[in-house]
Every structure is written in C-alpha cells, then in structure tokens.
Design a protein around this ligand. Structure first.
Ligand SMILES: *Cc1c(COP(=O)(O)O)cnc(C)c1O
Length: 415
C-alpha cells in the first residue's frame, strides 16, 4: 500500500461529532487554502476525497452512549461534520461551527443566549428579519431592544451603559457592513465597550464572510452566518451557522439546536461544502467587480448616491481598510428620480437578476423598501446590488443602460 502523508489541516478537526472539542492548534494555512482543504475525509488509500451524504435518522446504539457518539440525527450527523469543521477553521475558531436550517435559525439560537427580559443593543439598519425577530421577542416581553447607529461607536458605547431608566445590556448585536446601508462597525472597539458593560457580542458576518473579516479574532463571542449567501454561493441552498470559541456558549447553541430542531438536511450541508470550496475565488472576483462598478457609478449622471466601503470618500472606507481584508461585494445606490426610477432600473435590467438574497455567483438587485418590513430608515429609492462574478464590462453595460433608461440625468454631472 502506498505511503500517504496526512492532511495539511488536522484530519480530526473536529472529531466525529459537532459537540466534541477539535484540535486546538491554530491552522497555519491561509483562508483561501483552508476553504479548499478543511473538512475533507481522512486521506486513506482508496478513500473518497469528499464526504458522503448519509441519509440516516438514527444510528446503531445500545446502552449508555459514549461521549460524542452518534445516536440520533437531530443531535449530530457525520454529514454536517465536515462542513462544520471547514466553517470553524475558516473563522479561525478552535471549535467547529454549528450548522442550522437557515441563517435565521442560527440567529434565533444566538438571541436565545439573552436571559429573559435582558436588553439587546442592535443596529437600526440590519437584516430586516433579524430586526423583525427582535421586535417580536420584545413585544412578547422576552427581551428589550435598543436600536443604534452601529457605525457610531460612541452612541453604541452609551447605549451599552446601564442608566437609571434602563438595565444592564445583555447582548450587543453587530452587523458589518450592515444590510442594506453598508455602515461599517469598529468591531474591536465595540467588543471592548460591550465586554466592559458585561454584554456578550454576536456578529452577523454574512456580508463580509470569513475571507474579509474574522470577528472572533476581534473578540466577538459568537459569529452567525447565513450560509445561504456567499459561503454556499450558488443560490441553491438555505442554511445557517453559528460559531463560538467559548465552550459554554458553544454548548448552549448546540443544545438550542437540538431541542428546537432547526437542523440542516444532509443534501444542504453537502451542497454548502461543495460551494464553499470556491468561496475565496468567488469573493475575490465579486469584490473586484463591486469596487469597479462603485467607482463608475460614483460619477454616473443617473445615480444620486453610491455606498460601497471601497470608495475613498465612503464613511466606512477608513474603518474597512483597517479592519477588513476587502470591501465586500454589496453596493447600494440611489438612482436619480426616486423610487419610480429605482423600480424602472429593476424592470429594465437584462443580465442582472431582479431578486432578493445575495452572495450568489449571479449579480442581482432589488429595491429594499418594496418590502413593508424593511427598516423605515432605509431610503425608499435604495437599490441593493449583489455583485456576482460575471464579466464586469457585461455587468456595467446592462446596469448603465438600465439607469439611463430609468430617470432624469443628474444636472451637475459631466457626462
Ligand atoms: C440573508 C441574511 C440572513 C438570514 O439568513 P437565511 O439563511 O435567509 O435565514 C441573516 N443575516 C444577513 C446579513 C442576511 O443577509
């Protein structure tokens, strides 16, 4: 039999089930390499290079199960294991991720860390369903919510402080860049303020991805993802993940998943890992496209405003350049002519896909306020662009034509 060297990443990362402690050695490999190599089956002669999709609701088991033993598929499956290992390694966690049925299921598990009646400080602009869940929990009396401008570090720090009219903050929720306003948070400074106030910090890292931002390295307690977006990357799967380096928090998130049952299906987990293999290439290309489109849109006669942290005069530019390794691939624009012009752009594009969601290989766009549930602070005419990996000139030609057909040109523009 041939000699086979072991994997470049620890093959036991993590051991057989998602609640077991993985090898704590920090991975020496770059994220782009980790995305390709992590979560592979062990290198054995004749063994597969990809995980199997195991369709089994139960496992052979008699007597008292040993630690980490697979017993029933709501608690743990081998099909999640490789994806969880890869996501954990990619976020630089010493523990595997926990995959959930959707990003919202992971977010619900993270919010369940708040004690009953506890106070949550959250961004006023954030994923609208996260804000909807916070509002629902607040209306039930389960928690209190204070919404803040997450880019205004002083305002966040002030909201975290206990005052006569409000109790201690239990949790700071961070999104950066925010959906859809693209505000950039100073995550390390916010973590310091939250921890000083005795609050946990959860970061929704969906927009940045672990290729662009590593919130655990900035001190965050928990990271959540909509794996649906960039991590899976092909608009063919809905899936979520939560991660924590802290054993007690990891266990609580795992227990929440087990008792609430918002678990991933085996096919979804497999598809997400398959998609994850190319995440570095996809994000790199999408970011480059986004920066180039933002640069051109900034002087477009039919565009009143562009938000993308790559633009030197964007309010988030300096912070993103300091804290992130890229600027992300979501761009927000406000066409000249208001909501009607924005709707006309969506109706006119031929290549860009009019659709919600983001982070797929295909470029898509939507007017966010078409949803009555979107935050009232988001301008009615804001178009959120999820820039994909197509040829940038094709994307530009289609968008430019749609914009020119849609509204009156800006008077002050040269073109
Ligand atoms: C889409 C999204 C979510 C929700 O994830 P689902 O997989 O759709 O449940 C959460 N946060 C952000 C930032 C998102 O874009």
């Amino acid at each position: 039999m041939a000699d086979i060297a072991p994997d470049p990443t620890p093959t036991d990362y993590p051991p057989r089930v998602s609640d077991a402690r993985p090898d704590p050695r920090p991975t020496p490999l770059a994220p782009a390499t980790v995305a390709v190599t992590a979560g592979r089956p062990p290198r054995v002669q004749g063994g597969p290079v990809n995980p199997a999709v195991v369709l089994s609701s139960t496992y052979v088991s008699a007597g008292v199960p040993g630690p980490g033993e697979l017993v029933y598929a709501r608690s743990g499956t081998e099909t999640w294991r490789d994806l969880e290992a890869a996501l954990g390694a990619l976020e630089g966690s010493t523990r595997p991720a926990l995959v959930f049925a959707s990003g919202m299921a992971a977010i619900a598990a993270a919010l369940a860390l708040v004690p009953r009646g506890g106070r949550v400080v959250a961004p006023r602009h954030a994923y609208q369903v996260t804000l909807g869940l916070l509002a629902e929990l607040a209306s039930l009396g389960d928690l209190q919510v204070d919404l803040v401008d997450i880019a205004d570090t002083d305002a966040v720090a002030a909201a975290l402080v206990t005052a006569p009219d409000r109790g201690a903050a239990a949790l700071l929720w961070v999104e950066s860049p925010t959906n859809p306003m693209l505000e950039v948070a100073d995550t390390p400074a916010l973590v310091a303020a939250a921890h000083a106030a005795g609050a946990l910090v959860v970061v929704d890292n969906t927009f940045a991805t672990p290729l662009v931002a590593r919130p655990l390295a900035h001190g965050a307690d928990v990271v959540v993802h909509s794996v649906t977006k960039y991590l899976a990357g092909h608009s063919d799967v809905v899936l979520g993940a939560a991660l924590s380096d802290d054993e007690a928090l990891h266990t609580r998130l795992l227990d929440h998943r087990t008792v609430h049952g918002a678990i991933a299906g085996p096919w979804e987990a497999w598809l997400a890992l398959r998609g994850l293999r190319t995440v570095a290439l996809r994000v790199e290309r999408a970011q480059a496209n986004a920066a180039e489109l933002a640069r051109r849109l900034a002087t477009h006669p039919c565009v009143a405003e562009v938000r993308h942290p790559s633009l030197p005069d964007d309010p988030g530019h300096e912070r993103a350049a300091r804290l992130m390794t890229g600027f992300g691939a979501i761009v927000a624009i406000r066409p000249v002519g208001g909501p009607a012009a924005a709707d006309a752009v969506v109706a006119a594009v031929r290549l860009w896909l009019p659709a919600t969601s983001l982070g797929g290989v295909e470029s898509s766009l939507e007017r966010r306020r078409r949803f009555s549930t979107e935050s009232a602070g988001v301008p009615e005419d804001l178009l959120r662009l999820s820039v994909g990996i197509e040829d940038v000139e094709d994307l530009w030609a289609d968008l430019d034509a749609a914009l020119r057909g849609a509204g009156a040109p800006r008077r002050d523009a040269a073109d």
